[in-house]
Write a new protein. Sequence first.
Length: 317
Amino acid sequence: MMDPLPTAGGKLAAFLARARAAGPALPCAVVHPVDAASIEGALDAAAAGLITPLFVGPAARIRAAGAACGRDLSPWPMIDTPHSHAAAEQAVALVREGRAGALLKGALHTDELMAAVVAHDTGLRTERRISHCFLIDVPRYHKPLMITDAAINLAPDLDTKADIARNAIDLGIALGIARPKLAVLCAVETVTAKQPATVDAAALSKMAERGQIEGGIVDGPLAFDTAISAQAAAAKHLTSLVAGDPDILLVPDLASGNMVAKQLQYLAGAASAGVVVGARVPIALTSRAEGAAARLASCAVMRLAVQMRLTRHGGGA
């Protein structure tokens, strides 16, 4: 039986194969899984050996969702909470107690979950700004494409963009890319004070050249066409190590990134995964409109991110 993983070109399937080989299943708090997609995504990830789910939320609603989609939840532990806000807080507490090594978003709003994650005294903050990465399998693009940040940081300043770049490059390395290429997107390729995003893009490029952003190749400002198409870059007489071959698109703000990602999904037939990085543990985070396959793909990416962190700190899986 084939894995229920998005297969638009099959590019995301490689992540599942690598994640299965990364080590034992990861204890994962599944937050407010009160619909079929949440239940099926978590159980598919468990069947694939990626996670050991711990369901957190209103127990009666979780069991009802499991029954509605014909899935048996009896083998898995469950923590009853009165509502989604409490589920998010309890899930974060499980990470802080060492009982969970990751989070999987269920049927709740992103801001509900992230409010608990970023809480100053009880959350999962690190020295990095937290950011989100979409992994997109676009049929007409030759490799998986990361888009960041399209879900958390509304209007990031330069320092925040630098952390978004660092988080994305680290995730790219975790996914097996030796030196990820990151394109900083803007509307134009020229640096102009009239478009502050172009000034930030140029600064990020220089920061990477001088070692302030490590592990990848960063170039910008690049418009979407010159970032994605080597032919477009050549037509504009643009010399770039990134143009035509980026692994990562860093967008100027959440609105533009969200629109780019969803246009690729809904108009170009792209499959996707979504992960929050920069916190103490990764968080598999997809839109509530996405199905179980996207959640499974997100768990595979999340598992690889955990494996890299453990390797860096000399731990085991």
